[in-house]
Design a protein around this ligand. Structure first.
Ligand code: 13P
Ligand code: SF4
Length: 314
């Protein structure tokens, strides 16, 4: 690759390296359109975890954020898992450092909490958990939780509040949130609704309760594709990260998918998801770096609650 390489050259180079490395490219729905177009699979956290579990490729090039690539490594120790930018983190992961969760659980040992942890967390936090969930299976995971133990839901208080409302199950929440989704306000969504009074609204459960109350459907990014396909509404306001619009416009071209005019945009960029570029994808396949690595002890401890989730989600 040269400094003047075009997108077409890069595409060809990435595809050639993918063959050479026996690699699979997995991409989250929030990735830039070029990455979504070159990926073997594009999906939400749950779909990506299943794909990572099923693949027989030797290398997994994970275009998402770090915790997603780390999850792929936890369930695939024998594979090389690489990601375009090792600094692609997540504000939810940052909101729950493992030592703080450990100290909280020790201080509240008398509660005997059943810890349900959103996949947007570090391996060390997963290792302290009973089971993992994603936005796509959180209701099912909470419904399967033991009835005789209190639940601690970690780290997204908004997803937690939504699941609690869906299941009727009381739970305690960690005080974390996604910095992108809490930026959407009821007023900003209402403004778009005023312009498109007949539009349906689909929102991610990481949004605040005030925003979720305006939504016709609250769901994971993957379920948004199904909702947009099946909704009788021609206009649909999409309240989540901006990359979702690429996936939706490709798969549901017949609908008017509204991210909102820029002065009150309903879709915003996640700075972490947007750290991945085609150049970095090329380089990580060429150098097999940055690579996700974990100690065997940490990996084993984090694996059990992930496998419990996958079993409960089949
Ligand atoms: P999904 O699993 O619904 O794609 O959500 C992942 C995420 O990070 C949302 O901000
Ligand atoms: Fe994390 Fe929010 Fe970015 Fe999703 S959108 S990866 S929850 S910071």
């Amino acid at each position: 690759m040269t400094a003047t390489a075009t997108t077409t050259d890069l595409r060809a180079d990435i595809l050639a390296l993918k063959e050479e490395r026996n690699a699979v490219i997995l991409a989250h729905n929030y990735q830039i359109s070029e990455i979504q177009e070159i990926a073997d699979y594009v999906g939400d956290s749950l779909g990506l975890s299943f794909r990572a579990q099923e693949t027989d490729a030797e290398v997994i090039a994970f275009c998402g954020v770090h915790f997603m690539a780390e999850t792929a490594k936890i369930i695939n120790p024998e594979k090389t898992v690489i990601l375009p930018d090792a600094d692609a983190g997540c504000s939810l992961e940052d909101s729950c450092p493992a030592p703080e969760l450990k100290a909280f659980l020790e201080e509240n040992a008398d509660q005997n909490y059943y810890v349900i942890t959103y996949i947007n967390s570090s391996a060390a936090v997963k290792a302290l958990s009973d089971v993992i969930c994603t936005s796509g299976n959180a209701v099912r995971i909470v419904e399967a939780a033991p009835k005789d133990r209190p639940i601690l839901f970690v780290p997204d208080q908004n997803l937690g509040a939504w699941v609690s409302q869906q299941t009727g199950r009381q739970m305690d929440f960690w005080n974390g949130n996604c910095y992108v989704h809490v930026e959407f306000t009821r007023e900003s969504i209402q403004k778009i609704k005023d312009e498109y009074p007949d539009a349906a609204v689909v929102a991610h459960p990481e949004c605040t309760t005030a925003v979720r109350l305006l939504a016709d459907e609250v769901c994971s990014t993957e379920k948004m594709v199904h909702f947009c396909k099946e909704s009788p509404s021609q206009n649909i306001i999409v309240v989540t990260e901006s990359g979702m619009l690429h996936r939706l416009r490709r798969e549901v071209p017949e609908k008017n998918l509204i991210a909102g005019p820029t002065d009150h945009c309903a879709c915003a960029d996640c700075r972490y998801m947007k750290m991945n570029t085609m150049e970095k994808l090329y380089l990580c396949l060429r150098d097999l770096s940055p690579e996700v690595t974990l100690s065997e002890e940490e990996r084993e401890a984090a694996k059990a609650p992930i496998m419990r989730m996958l079993e409960l989600s089949k």
